[in-house]
Every structure is written in structure tokens, then in C-alpha cells.
Design a protein around this ligand. Structure first.
Ligand SMILES: Cc1cc2nc3c(=O)[nH]c(=O)nc-3n(C[C@H](O)[C@H](O)[C@H](O)COP(=O)(O)O)c2cc1C
Length: 141
């Protein structure tokens, strides 16, 4: 099963989560800013934050132009100050017939002096567990 992680980040949390999953599960990791060539993936973990209630513009642009040929299914891992899901990103991917796992891993991410210390060690460990479970689930189907 061809699997990878892409991330979009402003303050580094998504990169930290993505790299932790990558290290544990030995998966390639790509920064959306580097415009990675995503092709023929069975499963892609998309890790990012929420900014003014929205998705990172680069990530949304990629999602709007994505196809089933590039990626069959996506699992979202999202950090924000208030545990928000990636509504616009999910809609853009679903609109292109890409399967987006219903379960999204949500965790708190600090912003300036608010929610300091998040995502913490245990939230990052839970993100790794989420990724492991998602892969197991995909393999059993
Ligand atoms: C410019 C900016 C705007 C943000 N807007 C929101 C927001 O509207 N709602 C929210 O819950 N969190 C908001 N946050 C918090 C981020 O979602 C949170 O810090 C997240 O962990 C950032 O991920 P990153 O470090 O990978 O960029 C904002 C953060 C930044 C830097």
C-alpha cells in the first residue's frame, strides 16, 4: 500500500506531528510548499493547522486540483486552538472523488500565548496511534 504524509505549516506544529509519524512508521514526508509530485498513492496523511477558520491556501489549492489517480484516500490530522476540523479541505477532496476517512485526528495547537505547550507529547503519540490504526484499517479492507 503506497502511503505518505504531506503537511502544511505556519508555526511548525504540523511538521512536528508529520515527522513523528514518519519516524515511527517509516513513511515519506513532504512539505506542500515544495510542491511534491503526489502520484498513485493509496493513502495520504494530510497534516495541517487552521488559520482564521480556514485551511492553508497552498493545501486547499492542491486539494482542488487533486485526482483519484494521484491519491485514492486521505486521512486528515488537524491541529488548531479550538479543535476544529478541516471542513474546506475535506469538501475539496471529496469533490474530486477522493475518499476522505470520516475519522479525523484533531488536537490542540498553541497560538501566540494561548494553549501553550500544545501539541504535547501525548497528543503527538495519539497522532501516531491514529496513523497506525488507519493503516491497519485500510489493509484489512
Ligand atoms: C495566523 C494564524 C491564524 C490562526 N487562526 C486560528 C483559528 O481561526 N482557529 C483556531 O482554532 N486556531 C487558529 N490558529 C491556531 C493554529 O491552528 C494552530 O496554532 C495550529 O497548531 C497551527 O499549525 P501549524 O503550526 O502547523 O501551522 C491560528 C494560527 C495562526 C498562526
Amino acid at each position: 500500500m503506497k502511503t505518505a504524509i504531506i503537511y502544511a505549516t505556519m508555526s511548525g506544529h504540523s511538521k512536528k506531528i508529520a515527522k513523528a509519524i514518519s519516524k515511527e512508521l517509516n513513511l515519506p514526508t513532504y512539505n506542500i510548499k515544495e510542491k511534491p509530485a503526489i502520484n498513485e498513492y493509496d493513502l495520504l496523511f494530510v497534516v495541517s493547522g487552521i488559520y482564521s477558520g480556514e485551511c492553508s491556501p497552498e493545501l486547499l489549492e492542491w486539494a482542488k486540483n487533486s485526482s483519484q489517480q494521484q491519491v485514492k484516500s486521505v486521512a486528515l490530522i488537524t491541529s488548531s486552538m479550538s479543535n476544529l476540523p478541516q471542513k474546506f479541505l475535506r469538501n475539496a477532496l471529496c469533490g474530486n472523488n477522493i475518499t476522505v476517512k470520516e475519522k479525523e485526528y484533531l488536537c490542540i495547537g498553541s497560538f501566540l500565548f494561548m494553549k501553550l505547550g500544545h501539541p504535547n507529547k501525548s497528543e503527538i503519540a495519539s497522532a501516531i496511534e491514529f496513523a497506525k490504526e488507519t493503516i491497519k484499517d485500510c489493509r484489512s479492507r
